[in-house]
Write a protein that binds this ligand. Sequence first.
Ligand code: TYM
Length: 334
Amino acid sequence: MFGEQKVSYSGVQPSGNLTIGNYLGAIRNFSEYSEKYKTFYCVVDSHAITVRQVPVELRRRTYETLALYMACGLDPEKNTLYVQSMVHEHAELAWILNCFTMFGELSRMTQFKDKSARHADNINAGLFTYPVLMAADILLYQTDVVPVGIDQKQHVELCRDIAERINQLYPGTFTVPEPIVSKSGMKIMSLAEPTKKMSKSDENTNAVVYILDDRDTIIRKFKRAVTDSGAEVRFDPEEKPGVSNLMSIYSCFSGKSLEEIEREFAGKGYGDFKLAVGEVTADALAPVQKKFYELLADKAALEAQMKKGAEEASWYARRTLSKVQKKLGFLQVR
Ligand code: TYM
């Protein structure tokens, strides 16, 4: 809560081409809060450097992620859209929160365990304290709700623990946030290994549908998607993880319930079903892609937006940081 207003906050890393997992699990749900909440949606470039990035690509993806936010329907007049590294309070609050976060807590984070296994040659301290920077993002804005995919829920729960710990020592410091995980799109799985999350860093690009894939590519990828033995379109994530994942995607893009989909494809084979999933996905993404390329063509306008967003965000971030510094006993001689 900032004053009387409830706050929604979330972020996406510009660390790869964004996938339909990012779209259905997160970005698509952001605009739900635009009317009634004060909303902040951030391009978290500081998080991205916990694994090595190529600077020109990081720059390009930072523009692209902002343009995608807008193409997915986030109006910059109604939402504060900004780039994390342009608001230095994030790094400052993260340091303070580091001093209230336990080594054991961070060691238990599943994303840290996964990423340190995948990047065994670069298990840097930033990768370990990544959730603390994420907590700083959220707490700086006195956030009430954090719309995320299920893989980020554990990080938001840690953020709650940190906020509660600090509130106990220094009452009234932070709003304690709640993760909001959309039921249908919470975890979109890989098309090649449907027991694994669809991830923008997957090396097998056929396993991943990107928001910017063209129609033919989308349809081809779904045609090749791994299904299960049998021929029945039935939702059963345990026994039929491949088909169930495709059903979730179809349901998200078409608005049809899982039961409706089962009825629609009763007696039809996987071939018809996969084609339908490809078509509905391509149809839904086409207007997003059109808008995206229009926005990306005007770099100056995107930069103006980054500036405006950073100024707006800084105003809120400064207020919280200064409150925390005062509570901790830092002098504020200006
Ligand atoms: P990131 O960049 O990995 O993903 C962005 C958002 O997309 C969701 N997501 C998915 N949802 C469903 N199915 C999938 N296959 C899938 N893949 C990704 C993620 O859950 C996330 O919501 N640490 C965060 C970024 C972050 C953040 C924050 C989020 C930094 N600060 C503050 C919320 C609040 C991350 O790495 O997301």
